[in-house]
Design a protein around this ligand. Structure first.
Ligand code: TXA
Ligand code: MG
Length: 315
């Protein structure tokens, strides 16, 4: 059974001895290990059940440490670090030759991020080095944004969970690729929007994968609840009368026979609550989960991206 702690010395000792730690960040909880210890990194892949072809993000206490991992830091990357670190932005940069290809899944690029959660920052400062930290969920399931949901993912392990309360952002970081000779590229949507990044860069972001920039983790349908999940524009009236159908609304909810949650129509609050709501509704073990499509617009882009992976369209 996993245990909770707020003891940073204990958490740091675990990492130093090559053990895993569930780490709160402002986006989602991560499954952290010493990024310089290949045996510890292997435990991350094993516990998550994640294919070794899917690279990990290295988390750092501060931007100055980026040169320990990246072979080159383009001017554009420096500007983004200054503007958004610590915060929910991951940068993919050319990897140094001396870093483990277990972390980068054999690629010659490395993903770096300086998280903003106070406990993550304090722990990274004490630890001193880089920590790999994929989202603390089993492969293909929903990222946890609370300590209880991390425990649910790894119930039969003795994982230590650093309790930092609920995550403030609630969706995984935005990922931007900045490789020499390539235009800056948006690789994963997050609550830090493309426009915010473009404003700092002074140029548009390219989209999708190209050349050296591949994001193996984005190929899969994941973040999915176990309950069959669909998203809708028009609520089907038969489902509204079905007590074994659960609902997730974003504002104008309709009365339903089954249980319902309403995350409202503010994109930040919706994102913050989304994964916890999916856990809660999925845990009811009903026949169906129906999600009302949120509004369009850039502020909702990351929410739509995650909902498209978690559900199928109904109408
Ligand atoms: O917010 C976050 O980023 C959270 C918290 C814990 O920091 N972490 C997270 O890690 O979402 P993970 O492993 O669940 O997702 C990382 C994504 C994967 O899709 C992976 O393929 C991609 O980043 N990635 C990692 N290294 C990469 C690289 N060198 N090039 C391209 N994509 C990379
Ligand atoms: Mg993940």
């Amino acid at each position: 059974m996993p245990t909770f702690t707020t003891d940073l010395d204990l958490a740091c000792d675990r990492l130093r001895t090559g053990e895993l730690l569930a780490l709160p960040t402002e986006t989602v909880y991560g499954l952290a290990a010493d990024a310089r210890n290949d045996a510890a990194v292997a435990k991350v892949f094993a516990l998550k059940g994640r294919p070794s072809s899917n690279p990990l993000i290295v988390h750092l206490a501060e931007a100055a440490q980026a040169t320990d991992w990246a072979a080159e830091i383009p001017q554009a990357a420096r500007r983004l670090m200054e503007a958004f670190w610590p915060g929910p932005l991951t940068l993919v940069l050319p990897a140094r030759d001396d870093i483990s290809r277990a972390v980068t899944a054999g690629q010659d690029s490395v993903a770096l991020r300086v998280p903003a959660h106070p406990l993550a920052r304090e722990l990274l400062q004490r630890f001193g080095g880089g920590l790999v930290a994929p989202s603390a969920n089993r492969y293909m399931s929903i990222s946890p944004t609370s300590p209880a949901h991390v425990r649910q993912q790894f119930e039969d392990s003795d994982l230590l969970i650093l309790d930092g309360g609920p995550c403030a952002v609630g969706l995984e970081s935005t990922i931007a690729g900045l490789l020499p000779g390539e235009p800056p590229r948006l690789l994963r949507e997050g609550m830090l929007t493309a426009s915010q990044i473009e404003t700092v860069l002074g140029e548009p972001l390219a989209r999708g994968e190209a050349g050296e920039l591949r994001v193996p983790g984005q190929h899969h349908r994941h973040y999915a609840p176990g309950t069959p999940t669909q998203r809708f524009q028009q609520a089907p009236s038969s489902a509204l009368q079905d007590p074994r159908c659960a609902w997730l609304w974003c504002g104008d909810a309709q009365p339903s026979a089954g249980p319902a949650l309403n995350l409202g129509n503010d994109p930040e609050r919706y994102a913050q609550g989304l994964y916890a709501a999916l856990y809660e509704l999925d845990n009811l073990g009903l026949d169906r989960l129906l999600i009302q499509n949120p509004p369009e617009g850039e502020a909702w882009a990351a929410v739509h991206d995650r909902l498209a992976r978690a559900s199928r369209p109904l109408d």
